[in-house]
Ligand binder design. Structure first.
Ligand SMILES: Cc1cc2nc3c(=O)[nH]c(=O)nc-3n(C[C@H](O)[C@H](O)[C@H](O)COP(=O)(O)O)c2cc1C
Length: 141
């Protein structure tokens, strides 16, 4: 299975999450395409069986709107019926921005193969374990 990951990261936490997920997926036997959202090749990204989007909580419980939301807008109809997974990092909330993001992506016609995942700042050892389990779940989906 091929999994594509695009991420936005201002201070590195979400990049660490995306890279940890990449490692977990590779260990679980997946093929992975990963790139920061402003360097993501849309055509290559869309070749994934599962499309992973990662953004920190920005503004007031919002997804990054300088790069991630425009990237999603540009994908437009190509997201219909696609299997996706949303994840990210947060600083003081509980990742509630992911709920609104999830609803927005469903409105675009995406199918979430797993409930969104968020961790506090950079993934710690517990988060790494959760990501290993999550990677197995994604490959079974
Ligand atoms: C301008 C700004 C707004 C933020 N807004 C939120 C927020 O609404 N809720 C939250 O839990 N964390 C918020 N944070 C914290 C970041 O989501 C958190 O530090 C995240 O891990 C940063 O990820 P990054 O290192 O990938 O950029 C905010 C941080 C900044 C700088």
């Amino acid at each position: 299975m091929k999994i594509s990951i695009t991420y936005y990261s201002e201070t590195g936490n979400t990049e660490n999450l995306a890279r940890s997920l990449e490692t977990a997926l590779l260990n679980a036997g997946a093929e992975v395409y990963i790139a920061p959202v402003n360097e993501t090749d849309a055509n290559e990204f869309l070749q994934g069986d599962i499309l992973v989007f990662a953004s920190p909580a920005c503004g007031t419980e919002e997804v990054n709107d300088s790069d991630m939301l425009p990237f999603i807008e540009n994908l437009g109809d190509k997201l219909q019926q696609r299997d996706i997974f949303l994840c990210g990092t947060f600083g003081w909330g509980d990742g509630e921005y992911l709920q609104a993001w999830s609803e927005k992506m469903q409105e675009l016609g995406c199918r979430e193969v797993h409930q969104p995942y968020a961790c506090l700042e950079s993934p710690d050892a517990d988060a790494e374990e959760e990501l290993a389990e999550l990677a197995e779940d994604l490959l079974k989906s």
